[in-house]
Design a protein around this ligand. Structure first.
Ligand SMILES: [Zn+2]
Length: 468
């Protein structure tokens, strides 16, 4: 017998927290333990009011009430003694990728909890730890590192008797995985977040592994993301790069760009379009650190960390009084060639720059000196922080005053409806559970022929292969 409880990710985009209890193997694991932006943005106002205790997060429904699951130390915010943390009721958390809506709340868990994540995802998570500050109870990264076990695509993760096979998928962040979970009742597939219109083709490897498995056995259950089932774009990453080049060549003067710090495909789309049109990309220090970590994790690629460090077409904003938290960061900054550093006053004198915003906020506009009469290119959509959604309206107000129109050029990290239907038809699961969507019913009604379960949040669903 197995039980699945969706503690987050039902009728919301992200916040995935899927508890799998395998009675046959006597194992309990969470698939992802993400931050629910829906719950957080309903009750908090960044930066003035942020989560301070675990019990308030339980009360607002952002995280489940499960005894001994959480750290008893993180609320202290410093001088931690994690040996006081309880023995958790689960044997591990398996993380699909490094977006906050999937990994963001592992920071709340008892520091005795084993965390499994892909090698590159681990690098990104560490980079978050380096650049974030402990303003809220959920941004304490201390004490987690020694509990993290890395995996790579195709390697079997063994948790007690339970075996889980991660296989890379394409998403708007590197180091994203789908999983085949070999439960005592049969294989369960969890997609994490994925797409088929990216430029890497990784998702085909995931689907091929599932199809290979189907020669021997039926897929018991598919837990799939369905973010864009009700509203989808039809643009690929290659088209994004082409359109950026076209647009850059028509714009006189500087450009403001807005895209996720961890979207390495988008970074290269901007960089190559910039190179083609004689422009330079200006990034902030946090983005520099995160991209560096990602490039370090990506082996055997054409563009390496070394290339990045000396690339003359990438400039880094040098603040007058940057506060460095880590000595190694300071060393990195000092190592940066002088001609790669740029100050706000220098930005105003140039006209061939693409200034990449650090956040979608008015303070980010201030950081690049409130540029006038240029063009803003919005190239992201995913809710990466509670901060971005709230402050974007104010950014738009400023853009009106500054005379800056917005262009929207974006290829989503999430699978399109027709691709999703083809995917489900190829998997042929006995049960489908849609998550990471505000309209799971739409997906069910779009593809009627399978057995669908749309649970309520926290509902414990029993799955037995004999009863199907
Ligand atoms: Zn997500």
């Amino acid at each position: 017998m197995i039980y699945i409880t969706i503690h987050g990710g039902i009728n919301e985009i992200g916040g995935n927290k899927i508890l799998l209890e395998d009675k046959g193997h006597d194992v309990k694991v969470f698939l992802d333990f993400g931050k629910s932006f829906k719950a957080i943005s309903k009750y908090y106002q960044f930066p003035f009011h942020r989560p301070q205790t675990i019990s308030e997060l339980i009360e607002i429904g952002a995280i489940p009430l499960i005894e001994n699951l959480y750290s008893v130390e993180v609320e202290k915010k410093k001088n931690f003694d994690f040996s006081r943390d309880p023995e958790p009721p689960i044997q591990g958390v398996v993380v699909s990728h490094g977006h906050m809506d999937h990994v963001g709340h592992i920071t709340l868990l008892s520091r005795r909890t084993k965390i499994y994540m892909g090698y590159c995802c681990h690098k990104i998570f560490n980079a978050y730890g380096k650049v974030s500050r402990a303003y809220s109870v959920d941004t304490i990264f201390d004490g987690i590192e020694h509990n993290i076990c890395d995996f790579r695509t195709g390697e079997i993760i063994r948790i007690g008797e339970l075996e889980i096979k991660p296989i890379h998928v394409d998403h708007s962040i590197p180091g994203a995985y789908g999983f085949i979970v070999f439960t005592s009742e049969g294989p369960i597939i969890y997609t994490g977040d994925f797409r088929l219109h990216g430029s890497t083709g990784l998702t085909e490897d995931f689907i091929n592994s599932i199809e290979d498995l189907r020669y021997d056995t039926k897929i018991l259950c598919l837990i799939t993301e369905a973010t864009h089932i009700d509203f989808s774009g039809y643009v690929s990453e290659d088209e994004v790069e082409r359109k950026l080049s076209e647009l850059f060549s028509r714009i006189n003067g500087n450009i403001i760009a807005d895209f996720s710090r961890t979207d390495i495909d988008r970074f290269f789309s901007f960089l190559y379009a910039a190179k083609r049109t004689g422009r330079k990309l200006v990034i902030d220090w946090k983005r520099y650190i995160i991209i560096r970590e990602i490039l370090e994790a990506r082996l055997k690629r054409k563009y390496t960390v070394k290339d990045f460090e000396v690339d003359p077409d990438i400039l880094v904003i040098a603040k007058e009084k940057e506060r460095y938290y880590y000595l190694e960061e300071k060393k990195l900054f000092e190592r940066l060639p002088e001609d790669k550093k740029i100050t706000i006053s220098e930005i105003a004198k140039r006209d061939n720059l693409i200034m990449v915003l650090s956040t979608r906020s008015t303070s980010a506009l201030a950081e690049i000196g409130f540029p006038r009469s240029c063009v803003y290119i919005m190239a992201s959509s995913e809710p990466f922080s509670e901060e971005s959604e709230i402050t974007f309206e104010k950014v738009k107000n400023w853009l009106e005053i500054l005379g800056v129109p917005i262009y929207y050029i974006h290829a989503s990290g999430h699978i399109q409806p027709l691709d999703l239907r083809e995917f489900i038809n190829r998997v042929q699961p006995r049960i489908v559970i849609p998550v990471h969507s505000e309209k799971p019913l739409l997906l069910k009604n779009f593809i009627r022929k399978f057995k669908w379960i749309i649970p309520t949040k926290g509902e414990r669903i029993k799955i037995s292969s004999l009863e199907l």
